[in-house]
Design a protein around this ligand. Structure first.
Ligand SMILES: NC(=[NH2+])NCCC[C@H](N)C(=O)O
Ligand SMILES: [Mn+2]
Ligand SMILES: [Mn+2]
Length: 319
């Protein structure tokens, strides 16, 4: 991926993966906060594809044809227990993955705006379809549950479990990313992990940088290590930015806030470290920006931060 490819904005106003309404307005809020201008200040040329259409839950009908453009089939995920709205999430992510893969095939950069974090299943799948991809997962949460382990049944707590083909996701082609290897995934910002998930993270081959690591070593050093993990032996990286990595004082507009998060400045330092590495080696391949919930926000500040951080990832500098 060249360093100044066209950035194609793909809105994915999904809220089926989360237990709170409002996160479906994330893409509009991030655009309204000036994403395009921020990106232009970073010298990238964004092209906005608008939003993917979302099925209405009551429209999901296994026998319906696709005349509406909504693949309203239960698909491989029909009948799975403890994963709310999984057929809807399958339908959206199958289309999202295609869009991301087509964008990459055109030599452009897919920037996916969520929506809840379940959209990362589609963005990762599309990104890791024709290449070996590493990932940096900026998040307070590990998102490694599967329907077998989830305490909530909310799929936004499962996207990495899905992408890695764990549990029941192993049988769902749309869910797992065959060319994403566990050892190429690094977490940054962890501080809220479910009991069963803790074992899964410990036993996995992923690298986990928690808030304690950031406290002790500083954000820049941590992200440089995360980049080393994600780029080693891969063709490029996917960056998944869950805004709840940031402390709720600076990013209140998220559905699952956890206190003790990274500061405003640390968040910028994190994405600036990504961009410095990208300037050198052209490592960035795809990105998603997720979990912004305008209903819970204060004067759109979380969406504004999402726009700013995205610009930092693409090279916007203070001076
Ligand atoms: N992307 C997120 N905000 N995920 C929150 C997940 C919370 C919890 N671990 C769950 O599985 O329900
Ligand atoms: Mn999270
Ligand atoms: Mn998340």
């Amino acid at each position: 991926m060249n360093t100044n490819a066209t950035v194609r904005i793909i809105g994915a106003p999904m809220d089926y993966g989360a237990n709170r309404r409002g996160v479906d307005m994330g893409p509009s809020a991030i655009r309204y906060a000036g994403l395009a201008d921020e990106l232009e200040r970073a010298s990238v040329a964004p092209v906005d594809d608008g939003d993917l259409s979302m099925p209405r839950a009551e429209e999901i009908d296994p026998d319906a044809d696709d005349a509406t453009g909504l693949e309203s089939t239960g698909g491989e995920s029909a009948g799975v227990e403890n994963a709310k709205f999984l057929p809807e999430i399958e339908s959206v992510n199958a289309r999202l993955a295609d869009r991301v893969a087509e964008t990459l095939a055109d030599g452009e950069f897919p920037l996916v705006l969520g929506g809840d974090h379940s959209v990362a299943i589609g963005s990762l799948h599309g990104s890791a379809r024709d290449a070996d991809v590493g990932a940096i997962w900026f998040d307070a949460h590990a998102d490694l549950n599967t329907p077998e382990t989830s305490p909530s049944g909310n799929v936004h707590g499962m996207p990495l479990g899905a992408a890695l083909g764990r549990g029941v996701f192993g049988d769902m082609d749309w869910a797992h990313s065959p060319r994403l290897r566990e050892e190429s995934v690094a977490y940054v910002g962890l501080r809220s992990i479910d009991e069963r998930e803790r074992e899964l993270v410990r036993e996995s081959e992923m690298t986990a940088f928690t808030m304690s690591d950031i406290d002790q070593r500083g954000m820049t050093a941590v992200v440089e290590d995360a980049l080393a993990v994600a780029t080693d032996g891969t063709d490029g990286i996917h960056v998944s930015l869950d805004l709840d990595m940031i402390d709720p004082k600076a990013a209140p507009g998220v559905g699952t806030p956890v206190r003790g998060g990274v500061t405003y400045r640390e968040a910028h330092a994190a994405l600036e470290a990504v961009s410095r590495r990208h300037d050198r080696d052209g490592i960035l391949r795809s990105m998603d920006v997720v979990e912004v919930n305008p209903i819970l926000d204060e004067a759109n500040e979380t969406a504004a931060l999402a726009a700013e951080l995205t610009a930092s990832a693409f090279g916007k500098r203070i001076l």
